[in-house]
Ligand binder design. Structure first.
Ligand SMILES: Cc1ncc(C[n+]2csc(CCO)c2C)c(N)n1
Length: 230
């Protein structure tokens, strides 16, 4: 079994839990609420900014053009194409995408973005690939499973979201998996352990991200003290 197959197997219960999360079930059956859609897009806009930066940190570690192209393609994809699923959510929620940008990070989004950026800053190339991989991997899985189970057509409110992520081979992800396997072979046992830990934590944070959106998670204590009127 290759290193990437081992990671996928170890994370299988988390992929499964993501698919069964009420946020994802709400996408699948078209019942997800407006507030949840809005909270997700606000947080995900900031999350995407961070993953672009993590890909850029990946580029800073590359020693060949092929690896640079791999990260660069992902950056272009997020900048140019990832607006489609967000627009789908905004359309259903009846809000403008431009009005959901620049909001402060909720605890889980803070955790996930710092995790990617910390590994991007202090980890190896292999560790950086491991930390960003669950993002496309879990969404491809979820999209595929929804299509398989629900066979949505264009009348489904989240048809664009579902078909954007599912139903297609993602050639970029296969490239990342192949490169991860090569780097894992050259890596020490200690580095391989770190790669696995970063991958597993990102998988857990993917689950929590859905949970954050579903529960409208925010900081439990107000950030600013309310002025006391004497
Ligand atoms: C929290 C969170 N996780 C994953 C995605 C999905 N996604 C983001 S970037 C990208 C392409 C990477 O090449 C994919 C599939 C998301 N939107 N938000």
């Amino acid at each position: 079994m290759s290193f990437s197959e081992q990671l996928r197997k170890e994370a299988d219960h988390i992929f499964e839990a993501c698919y069964n999360h009420p946020f994802v079930r709400g996408i699948a059956d078209g019942t997800l609420g407006k507030e949840q859609l809005i909270h997700y897009v606000k947080q995900d806009f900031e999350y995407l900014n961070a993953i672009i930066q993590a890909y850029a940190l990946g580029i800073s570690k590359c020693t060949n053009r092929e690896d640079m192209v791999m990260f660069n393609t992902s950056i272009s994809f997020v900048l140019n194409s990832e607006v489609h699923p967000h627009n789908n959510f905004c359309h259903v929620a009846g809000v403008k995408f431009e009005d959901l940008q620049g909001f402060p990070l909720a605890p889980t989004a803070q955790h996930y973005t710092r995790h990617m950026l910390n590994v991007g800053r202090s980890g190896t190339l292999g560790e950086t690939i491991a930390v960003v991989l669950p993002c496309p991997y879990i969404y491809l899985y979820i999209g595929d499973r929804i299509i398989e189970e629900f066979q949505p057509d264009q009348s489904h409110p989240f048809y664009d979201w579902i078909t954007f992520y599912g139903g297609q081979e993602d050639p970029r992800m296969n490239l990342y998996l192949k490169r991860l396997d090569q780097l894992a072979e050259e890596a020490s046992e200690q580095e391989r352990t770190k790669m696995k830990e970063h991958f597993m934590l990102s998988c857990q944070l993917e689950y929590l991200f859905f949970d954050m959106a579903y529960t409208l998670q925010d900081w439990p204590v107000q950030k600013e003290r309310v002025a006391v009127v004497e």
